[in-house]
Every structure is written in structure tokens, then in C-alpha cells.
Design a protein around this ligand. Sequence first.
Ligand code: NAD
Ligand code: AKB
Length: 321
Amino acid sequence: MERRILITGALGQIGSELVAALRERHGAERIVASDLRIVPLQRAGEAAYEHLDSTEPQQILEVIRRHAIGTIYHLAALLSAVAEERPHAAWSINMGGLYNVLEAARQYRCQVFFPSSIGVFGPSTPRERTPQVTIQRPTTMYGVTKVAGELLCDYYAARFGVDARGLRLPGLISYAAPPGGGTTDYAVEIFYHALRHRQYTCFLRPDTRLDMMYMPDAIGAMIALMEADASRLRFRNAYNVTAMSITPEELAAEIRKHIPAFEIDYQVDPVRQSIADSWPRSLDAGAARDDWGFAPRYDLAAMTADMLARLGERMRAARMG
Ligand code: NAD
Ligand code: AKB
């Protein structure tokens, strides 16, 4: 029997779409979604759901045993802004949870996906076309846990043969679930506000340039990396990936092409601004392209048109009940 796929943190921004994509690819019976949050009653035909706290090693082992898990997409974590507010909890969830997952993967010979981030870079990293291999000295707790996470995954791969692979994801833009408290959240919130109120107050300065990617490209990249021939992976943990490098004022201008009345103003949050100022302005994703064919489909214009159309549809459907 083919072993099943477990997703931790499955109710979050990425998990909400990754679970559906994996069900589509492998069949619902092979997918087990899990999160700290409790879901309402399960509907027939949906992926199995487990209430699982990734800081509890026994819970992970028990779910792996019971469902014959062979692959784990470990998404459970606190994002950058929340991690800065709650650094102790961030260490415990981001590091403790990953350690528990890797230990379980070692015992049960599971493959592991680790979502690293542009947060692994810091002020001493080259900020333009940030190379795959470069200085990683982040100044946030989130970044510290992501760099340590990359190293821990590499250690488990080299020392114990755990097939751990990861991506350094940029800010992700999506419509299925709201973002969970990151520095790049403005790039999602702006669409909700543009459609509802024709106005958005942004917490980053207008010229803050950061990497972003539309969720379908992120999900495609995760699955492509996990299915790639291991002998071609020069880095494993973790590959730079990106699809666009944009500022709030550029995103607002693109939205205005569809909603001419849209207006943006700025009330800068010093914490999130200083995190953004410590991150790259654009990543070099050449290694991902060369090693496993990373090729995002959505640029700023295509992403904006699709986001407005799909989020607009969802909002209309919600209003109709
Ligand atoms: P999210 O905040 O939307 O979702 C995280 C989920 O983890 C939530 O549903 C939460 O309930 C769950 N969770 C928290 N603590 C838990 C615990 N102890 N046990 C089990 N579940 C727990 O985050 P996301 O945006 O879906 O991100 C998923 C992963 O991808 C994270 O590791 C994040 O650092 C990484 N990442 C995300 C982005 C992005 O832009 N979304 C970019 C780079 C990296
Ligand atoms: C955040 O802003 O924390 C995330 C990320 C880029 O890791 N979106």
C-alpha cells in the first residue's frame, strides 16, 4: 500500500490550498490534514483530519503510526510578526515542532517538506538578487528559527538519511484563507480592502520592495521539489524561489487598472517595517530553476487579475449565503 501524506498546520494560508492540491493529485484517501485548531464536523469525501499539536512528539508518532504516513509537509509555525510578539512561543513551536517531526521522520523513514522563508536573510545579506548561498544572519526570532530549521533538516538528511527538502518562500498571495500574521500580509489584505472599501491603509512604506509569489505557483513548487529526483538536488534546505519583486505602491497601481477608484494610504508599523527592511528586495531563484525546473506562471499583472476575479467571486458567493 502507498503510504499516506500528513500536513501539519493544514488550516493555515498554505495548508488550506495544499491539502486540496494533494487530494486532487493522490486521492483524498491518501491525505491526512492536521492542525492545532479544531475543525467542525468532517464532510464525506474530504481528507482525514487529526487534531495535532506539533510540539507534542507522542501525538505526531501516534498519527504517523495510525495512518501509515510516508511524507510530512510540516507547515505548523508562527509567522514573522507574531513570532516577534511571542518569541518564546515561536522558538517552541517553530523549532520544537520541527525537531519532533524530524525525529518521527527518522524513526518511520518519512520524507519531510520544510517551508523556509526569505526571513532567513538579514541586514548583512546582499539585498538585490540575493544568491542561493550567501550570508544568513537574520535579526528576527522567525528568521533565527528558519535558519536553524534549514540546518536541522540538512543535519537529519546527512546524519540519518531523512529525505528532508525545503523552499525559501517569499510572501505568498492567495484568496482561500487569510494570512497568519506575517510581514508580507499587506499584499493579501490589500485585495480584500480594494474589493470591499476601495481603500487600504498599508502598514509598510510605499517603496518597500519584497519578493512575492501567487499561491498556485507556491503549491506547484512544493510538489515539484518533493517529487524531484534526489540526485539532482544540490541544496535540499532550502531553495530560493520567487515570482515577483514588488512594492505596495506598485501593487496598488496594478489594482487601480481594475478598480480605478482604489486609494491607498500609509500608517507605518515600525516593527513590521524594520523586519521588511532587513529582508531581500529580490531573490535569485536560479538554482531552483536549474536543479528541478522551477518556473512560476504568475507575474504581478496575471496574479492581480486572477486574485481580483476569484476573491470577488468568493465575496459575492458569501454575500448570497
Ligand atoms: P498560517 O499562520 O496561515 O498557518 C499556520 C497553521 O499552523 C495555523 O493553522 C495554526 O493553527 C497552525 N499551528 C500553529 N501552532 C501549531 C502547533 N503547535 N501544532 C499544530 N499546528 C499549529 O501559516 P502559513 O502562511 O500557512 O505558513 C505555513 C508555513 O509556511 C510556515 O512554516 C511559514 O513560516 C511558512 N511560510 C509561509 C509564507 C507565507 O507567505 N504564507 C512564506 C514563507 C514561509
Ligand atoms: C512572513 O511575512 O512572515 C511570511 C514570510 C515571508 O515568511 N509571509
